[in-house]
Design a protein around this ligand. Structure first.
Ligand SMILES: [Zn+2]
Length: 353
C-alpha cells in the first residue's frame, strides 16, 4: 500500500492475501495513517476510534446473510463483526459464516448494499480528512453491488479511498480488478506464526509448533485449527486409515473408505486433501529427521505408527502422492463425481506403495 505521507493515495486498492492471512491488520494500519492527523500516532481520538472500528469516516462492507429482517446490509451486523475480529484479527471466511450461523444460507454482499454504498460515498467527511470504504470479500458481491462499485471506481471522488480485501482474486469481476492497484501479501511464514502463537497468544510451545506446521504460514488458519480441533479429527482419522488400506492393498476396505469420504461435502473433501498433503510432507521431513511438530501428535486418540510409515516413504513416492492429491483437489473443484475421484486416487496411492 502507498505510504500515506508520500502524498499520492491511490483511489482504489485491492489487497490480496490467503484466507486467514495478513490483509486485515495491514489494512487497519494503513487506515490509521489516513485518519490520523499525526500520520498514525496510535494515541489520538481518531486512532482510538478507528481501533474500535467506530471512526465516522471509515465504513465497512462485508458479506452477510441476505434475510428480510436484517435488511441484508453489513451495518446491521457491525457489532458481531467487531467481536469476530477481536478474537481473530486474521479472519477466516468459514468462521464468519459460522458466526452468522449461516452454513446453509447465501452469505454475500447483497443488492441492498449497492444503495448503501452510494449513501456512504455521498457523505461528507466528518474530520475533513479521508473517507475510507473497506470491502471485505469483493468476490462475494452480488452483481448489482458490483456494478455500483464499478461506477464508483470509474468516477472517483476526491479524498475517498476504497480498500478491497480479497482471498480469492480470480472470482472478482475483471473490470473491477483492472481499476484497482493490486497488492499481494504473502504468507507470514510458519516460524513467525509459531512465535506469534507463543508470545501473543500465550500458547504451549509444543502446540504452537504443531499448529504453525499446519497453518501454511497463515496465522488465522492456525487459530481456526485451535478453535476447531474436532473438525480435523475425521480428516486425520481418514488419512491414517487411507494410508493403512492402501499399504495393505485392501480393495474392499478402500471401497468402504471411498463411500465415507464421498458422502462429505465438497469443502470437507478439499480440506481433507490439503490436510493430507501437509501430513504427507511432514512424514517426508520426519524421514529426513527434519521435522518440528508432527500434526498427528495433536490427536493422541488416533493410533498411527508415524516412524514406520515415514520409513516406507521415499522422495519419488512422496512426489507421486502429492501429484495424486493435487489432481484430486482440482477434480473436486470441478465437480467431478467424488466417488470416482477418491477411488481413482486410492488406486494410485496403492500403486505408490
Ligand atoms: Zn493518531
Amino acid at each position: 500500500m502507498e505510504h500515506a505521507s508520500s502524498g499520492h493515495i491511490p483511489h482504489a486498492q485491492l489487497i490480496v492475501s490467503k484466507n486467514g492471512g495478513l490483509a486485515w491488520p495491514a489494512v487497519q494500519r494503513y487506515i490509521q495513517m489516513l485518519v490520523c492527523a499525526q500520520g498514525g500516532c496510535g494515541t489520538c481520538d481518531a486512532c482510538a476510534q478507528h481501533r474500535q472500528m467506530a471512526h465516522p469516516d471509515v465504513h465497512y462492507i462485508f458479506p452477510v446473510v441476505a434475510s428480510a429482517s436484517s435488511g441484508g446490509t453489513s451495518d446491521v451486523f457491525l457489532p458481531e463483526f467487531r467481536n469476530f475480529l477481536k478474537f481473530n484479527k486474521f479472519p477466516v471466511v468459514r468462521n464468519w459464516i459460522e458466526a452468522l450461523d449461516a452454513a446453509q444460507k447465501v452469505v454475500q454482499i447483497s443488492v441492498k448494499e449497492a444503495k448503501r454504498m452510494g449513501d456512504i460515498l455521498s457523505l461528507t467527511s466528518h474530520s475533513g480528512r479521508y473517507k475510507v470504504l473497506v470491502i471485505w470479500l469483493p468476490e462475494r458481491m452480488h452483481d448489482s453491488a458490483a456494478n455500483k462499485l464499478l461506477k464508483t471506481l470509474e468516477e472517483p471522488e476526491n479524498k475517498t479511498v476504497i480498500l478491497l480485501i480479497s482471498h480469492d482474486e480470480e472470482s472478482i469481476l475483471g473490470t473491477i480488478r483492472s481499476r484497482c492497484q493490486t497488492i499481494y501479501l504473502p504468507p507470514w511464514g510458519r516460524n513467525e506464526v509459531e512465535r506469534w502463537l507463543i508470545d501473543e497468544r500465550r500458547m504451549d510451545p509444543n502446540q504452537a509448533k504443531i499448529l504453525s506446521s499446519l497453518s501454511a504460514g497463515e496465522p488465522g488458519i492456525a487459530l481456526d485449527f485451535l478453535e476447531n480441533r474436532e473438525r480435523l479429527i475425521p480428516l486425520a482419522e481418514h488419512f491414517v486409515e487411507w494410508l493403512r488400506l492402501a499399504f495393505k492393498k485392501d480393495l474392499p476396505g478402500l471401497q468402504t473408505w471411498v463411500d465415507h469420504v464421498a458422502a462429505w461435502n465438497r469443502e470437507q473433501q478439499r480440506d481433507f486433501l490439503v490436510f493430507s498433503g501437509e501430513v504427507l510432507s511432514q512424514l517426508e521431513r520426519k524421514r529426513q529427521n527434519a521435522l518440528r511438530g508432527f500434526a498427528l501428535d495433536w490427536f493422541p486418540e488416533i493410533a498411527f505408527n508415524a516412524d514406520g510409515f515415514a520409513k516406507l516413504m521415499d522422495h519419488h513416492k512422496v512426489l507421486f502422492m502429492h501429484q495424486t492429491l493435487d489432481d484430486a483437489y482440482k477434480d473436486v473443484g470441478r465437480n467431478v463425481n467424488a466417488r470416482l475421484v477418491f477411488f481413482d486416487a486410492s488406486l494410485l496411492l496403492m500403486k505408490a506403495f
